[in-house]
Structures are given as structure tokens and as C-alpha cells.
Design a protein around this ligand. Structure first.
Ligand code: NAD
Ligand code: GLY
Length: 370
């Protein structure tokens, strides 16, 4: 088992990574509990695979638990989902000192984290992420939220977990398409500031996606360490450090909005195409070598991820796409900070480019790389 810490002073917490850890989780949870009782929240897909092993492991430590199983999917991260979950937690007699376990992907993690930030003015929670996206990104860092009619993740809070337990073997039941979407977030860490890790992805990404356990472990541990470092440096995204985690997200957000935030394009798939567009936009503006942008496109294409507007299933004009970006929640004083790059592993935040320039660039991308 590997262990690292997110260094946040009194809110620091460990991240444990190990194959089979879900069957051993009770021993790691027990020392945190003020009373031998916990509540598990999950979705129906994940419950079918992992609720019993997790529960058995808690029982072995004499920890009693109850469980709440929600519908899978983004729709659960809603006011209705939040109401049901908070009412259930109150009904279960949750106490401020308790630790609620979020077992699942980013939907369950974000919802449970937010519920735990408000129920009884705040209780503790433990992340047990079971998607690659959640294992390398959403379970670490304390961003919690639900979606509302006006947009995704618009109501939420920063609320750090008390512990993150990552069992990479849970990915063996994850659909291949979801694995690919999470892999885009792995590649992102290389593109942000770690050219060596991007080169590693080029060499080992296909093996990871085919189920190679060594490659999977290395990718998760490396990604989580990068995320922990970034969160420790800029927990609340006030210094243009954590913002780098949004590489590809502004372009990706436009693609997600255009495809209706639906199964047509998963979040990680939109991020993949968005990262290519961010590199190509940087190259078009003389910031980044065109060869680097092509390397990024070629790697993501080689693992069957969207790598262009066309392969993301979008054929809208630039003004429409840029219009979606104008509604991004990252807009500051009317300007959208873009994450651009000087080359692989050299990303930065800038407000130097207006949405009209982005729209013109996207018009030029409409017919390439089908
Ligand atoms: P998800 O939670 O919807 O999971 C994807 C699908 O996989 C679901 O159907 C789920 O039931 C299923 N599943 C999960 N684990 C499984 C397993 N091991 N085996 C079989 N099926 C499994 O999606 P996600 O991609 O994990 O998370 C997306 C969410 O994360 C979005 O709401 C996004 O906004 C959020 N997010 C949050 C942050 C953050 O920092 N808080 C960062 C990135 C994304
Ligand atoms: N996934 C973006 C962040 O945690 O900041």
C-alpha cells in the first residue's frame, strides 16, 4: 500500500492507494471514528460490486453501518438528490463527529461531500472513489457540488475529506468508455507541468487502458501526488495554481454544453478534445510549437479519445461554442481566464485572448481531423 498526505494544516488528510484495499478498509476507518458506526452512500452500479466487501470489512472491525443507494448518473447530483440524502442522514441520526463514506465515482463523491458540508453544519466524510476520474481527480481536493438548472456544479462548497482510500482493482468493473474518460484527466497532469509524465503516458497509456495493473497503479499514484501538491499550494483556487487543473475544461465545457451534458460526450472525453484545442489555439497564436499540439492530438486519438470538434461529435460554429464559454463559472470581471501552453508541460493562465479570437479559431477547426 502506498500512502501520501494532502498537506493542509489542521485539515490535512491521507490518501491510501492499494490493490484490494476495499476489503481492508475497516482497519483504516476505525481509528477515525468517535463511535463504531458509519453510513455508506453509493449508487446502484457500484453497490452491486463493492457494498458487500466494504461492509464486510467494516463489520470485521465491529463498525456498524447503514447504507443509502442512489440512482447512478449526473441527475443524482441535484437539489432532489441532496434533499433525499441529507434527510436520510438526519434520519440515521448522523452526528458531527461521524464519518460518512462516499463509495463511487465523482457524482457520489461530489454529492456526499456537499451534503456533509451542510448537514448539522458539517460532518466528516471519507472518499472511496471507484472510477478512474474520481481516483485521480475528484476525490482529492475538497471541491463538492450539485448541478442546478443554470449549470453544472454551481452550488457547492469546499469541504475536505478526512481520508481517501483508492483501490485500483475496482476499475476492473468500470466500463471501458468511463475508463477512457478518466484517462484524459491522467494525461492532463503531464500536460500541465510534467512533460516526462506525458511521455510516460504515450508509452504506457494503452497498457493502462487494457488493464495492466502496474501501469494503472503508477498512473493513479503519480496523478494523485500531483493533485495533492496543487491543492496544498492553492486550496481555494485563488492564485492561478489550482486553476491549471482546468486545462482543456473551458473548450471542453463548450463541447459538453453543445452536446447537452449527455452520454453523447462524457466529461473526460470533452476534456480530451478540449486539451487538444487548447494546445492548437496556443500553437495558432505562436505560443506553443505546432509539433507539441500534434503530439497531444495524436496520443489522445491513439487511445480512442475525442481529439477534435468532429470526433467529439460537434459541428457548431465558433460563435455558438464561444458563447457557451462566456457562461463558464470561471469568468472573472467579464473575462474568461484560459489555460494555454508554451509546450507540453508548460501550461499557464491568461486573460489575453477574447472570446472573438476563440470563436474565429474554432471556426477554422470545424473541418479538421474527422
Ligand atoms: P460517475 O460518478 O457518474 O460514474 C460513472 C459511471 O460509472 C456511473 O454509472 C457509475 O455508477 C459507474 N461506476 C462507478 N464506479 C464503477 C465501478 N468501479 N464499476 C462499474 N461501474 C462503476 O462519473 P465520474 O466520471 O466518476 O464523475 C463525474 C462527476 O465528477 C461529474 O459530476 C463532475 O462534475 C465531477 N468532478 C468533480 C471534480 C471535483 O474536483 N470535485 C473533478 C472532476 C469531476
Ligand atoms: N478538478 C478541478 C479541481 O479540483 O480543482
Amino acid at each position: 500500500m502506498e500512502s501520501l498526505t494532502v498537506e493542509l494544516g489542521s485539515r490535512s488528510y491521507p490518501i491510501l492507494i492499494g490493490d484490494g484495499l476495499i476489503r481492508d478498509i475497516g482497519a483504516h476507518v476505525a481509528p477515525l471514528l468517535k463511535r463504531p458506526r458509519t453510513m455508506i452512500v453509493t449508487d446502484t452500479h457500484v453497490a452491486g460490486h463493492y457494498l458487500t466487501p466494504l461492509g464486510t470489512s467494516l463489520a470485521m472491525e465491529n463498525i456498524s453501518f447503514s447504507s443509502f443507494v442512489l440512482d447512478p448518473g449526473e441527475g443524482t447530483k441535484s437539489w432532489a438528490g441532496l434533499a433525499r440524502l441529507t434527510e436520510w442522514l438526519i434520519g440515521e441520526g448522523v452526528e458531527r463527529g461521524d464519518h460518512v463514506i462516499a463509495l463511487g465515482g465523482g457524482v457520489i463523491g461530489d454529492l456526499v461531500g456537499f451534503a456533509c458540508s451542510i448537514v448539522k453544519r458539517g460532518c466528516n466524510f471519507i472518499q472511496v472513489p471507484t472510477t478512474l476520474l474520481a481516483q485521480v481527480d475528484s476525490s482529492v481536493g475538497g471541491k463538492t457540488a450539485i448541478n442546478v438548472a443554470a449549470g453544472k456544479n454551481l452550488i457547492g462548497a469546499f469541504h475536505q475529506p478526512a481520508l481517501v482510500v483508492i483501490d485500483p482493482t475496482t476499475l476492473e468493473t468500470l466500463p471501458r468508455r468511463e475508463l477512457g474518460a478518466g484517462y484524459a484527466e491522467v494525461v492532463k497532469y503531464g500536460l500541465i507541468d510534467d512533460a516526462g509524465f506525458f511521455a510516460w503516458c504515450e508509452e504506457h497509456g494503452a497498457a493502462l487502458l487494457a488493464g495492466d495493473s502496474e501501469a494503472r497503479h503508477k498512473a493513479i499514484a503519480h496523478s494523485v501526488a500531483a493533485k495533492a501538491r496543487i491543492v496544498a499550494a492553492d486550496e481555494r483556487e485563488t492564485q492561478d495554481i489550482r486553476a491549471l487543473l482546468n486545462l482543456g475544461h473551458s473548450f471542453g465545457h463548450a463541447l459538453e454544453a453543445e452536446t447537452g451534458y449527455s452520454d453523447r460526450l462524457l466529461h473526460g472525453e470533452a476534456v480530451a478534445a478540449g486539451m487538444v484545442l487548447a494546445h492548437q489555439f496556443s500553437a495558432a497564436n505562436g505560443l506553443c510549437p505546432a509539433a507539441d499540439a500534434e503530439r497531444v492530438r495524436s496520443h489522445l486519438a491513439s487511445v480512442d479519445l475525442p481529439h477534435s470538434l468532429a470526433s467529439a461529435g460537434v459541428n457548431s460554429d465558433g460563435a455558438t461554442l464561444a458563447g457557451h464559454m462566456a457562461h463558464d463559472k470561471k469568468v472573472r470581471g467579464g473575462k474568461l481566464p484560459l489555460i494555454l501552453t508554451r509546450g507540453i508541460g508548460q501550461s499557464f493562465v491568461t486573460e489575453d485572448y477574447g472570446l472573438d479570437a476563440v470563436a474565429a479559431f474554432l471556426d477554422g477547426q470545424a473541418s479538421v481531423h474527422r
